[in-house]
Design a protein around this ligand. Structure first.
Ligand SMILES: [Zn+2]
Length: 67
């Protein structure tokens, strides 16, 4: 799966995104990355989902985008 970041504006400031972190497209601004992290539920967000019996697929997508 190839993500064309130019097709996805940052979800927080609207600039072209550069990263896909915490299941959100964000630019290089640390503020936006932090917002994505908080919105996701923090560093333990995926573990919380797991505890609730929900799939943790977004983490797999995150791994893909880092290659
Ligand atoms: Zn941004």
């Amino acid at each position: 799966m190839v993500i064309n970041f130019e097709d996805y504006p940052c979800q927080f400031c609207g600039k072209p995104s550069k990263n896909f972190v915490f299941a959100a497209f964000v630019c290089d601004d640390e503020t936006c990355i932090e917002k994505a992290r908080v919105e996701r539920g923090g560093p333990g967000g995926h573990m919380k989902r797991k505890a609730e019996g929900k799939p943790i697929l977004p983490d797999d997508m995150l791994g893909e985008s880092r290659k």
